[in-house]
Design a protein around this ligand. Sequence first.
Ligand code: PMP
Length: 425
Amino acid sequence: MLLTEMNKEELSAFRSECEKEYEGYKAKGMKLDMSRGKPSTEQLDLAMPMFDVFTNAASMLTSDGIDCRNYGCLTGIHDAKVLFGDLLGVKEEELIIGGNSSLAMMFDTVSRAMTHGLYGSEKPWGKYDKVKFLCPVPGYDRHFAICESFGIEMINIPMHSDGPDMDMIEKLVSEDETVKGIWCVPLYSNPDGIAYSDETVKRFANLSPKASDFRIFWDNAYCVHHLTDTPDKILNIFDECKKTGKEDMVLIFASTSKISFSGAGVAIMAGSVNNMKQITKLMGIQCISYDKINQLRHVKYFKSVDGIMEHMAKHRAIIAPKFNLVLDMLDSEVGELGILEWNKPNGGYFISVNTLEGCAKRVVQLCAEAGVVLTSAGATFPYGKDPHDRNIRIAPTYPPLAELEAAMKIFCVSVKLASAENLSK
Ligand code: PMP
């Protein structure tokens, strides 16, 4: 029965039942964490053979004879550019292989834009009274934190099932010279798990920004992170931008943080030769060269895109059951009450749920008091402000199945209780 259709007595009885169940869980004093999208230990173990790829100094030479133990190759070794170029569908000269974090590359890009400007900038962004970014919501909190740290004003763009609201984006970028960028996670978006449709990607490639240095920050963090036999596919934005003659407009990011080791993988950035050259020049002042040993280790271990895909199938075998458990429990525990909506993602790291209006904070609070840590409510919106207090991001990958089940029981009863409280007001 829908909770919204219950009469006063029914709702009050439902609420008492939930309180009883909730107090029972609380008394157990559990400590469970569903807050951050981290791979589980089992997933990390998959890549351990990567540490056996070097047998002697000679094995640390690249195929073109570069000694990875020494300085050099600022933008990455040739072998890594071949592998990751294949992965992203870009050429060697359109790539920079960085350090251990794509987020750091995004931060550095915004930072350089503020202080030095980007290719095509009339002046550094920091010289404007105001700089704005478009932020599809819900989105990735760390993207928003970058903007906030530089005082960049963020404008919420609603997400639809085929990507962000393109009408709104087209209008805003074409009218306002201070709109300088947009954050996109085009495949298995964080947190909704949405894939941008072909039409959405084409509309991005056709944008006509007023700012000469507007950039699409295309964070393809989950490009190989499929969970089902029917993975979503997206168009290559770079190819589309080349067709429209706007290849300077997009910067692509990815990393192996959720392929090999989190925070100890390889980060990648791709874009037009104009962009890569401008960035490399400044990067060379910041750094002599990145960790080529790690780059070669990845190449030797994965060998090819097929090798990466085989490895990701092993990840899927570990985490798909966790996603299924969460989805099954949502269905069985709250499915018929009409108090929660959620997506069934074909990949990525999250399940995003929407409570009744004004309930998300309370759910997170109830969970916390019963020992389950969730990402704070509002985190998926700029400034931590979810205007309707509805969205919660569930990260199922890290806890073992049994813990996840226990955490989800507490989560579901918390949703029921918060909803009943809200409807009783
Ligand atoms: N982008 C997105 C969308 C993410 O969810 C994450 C977290 N894995 C990152 C970037 C961070 O990646 P990295 O470890 O390469 O900095």
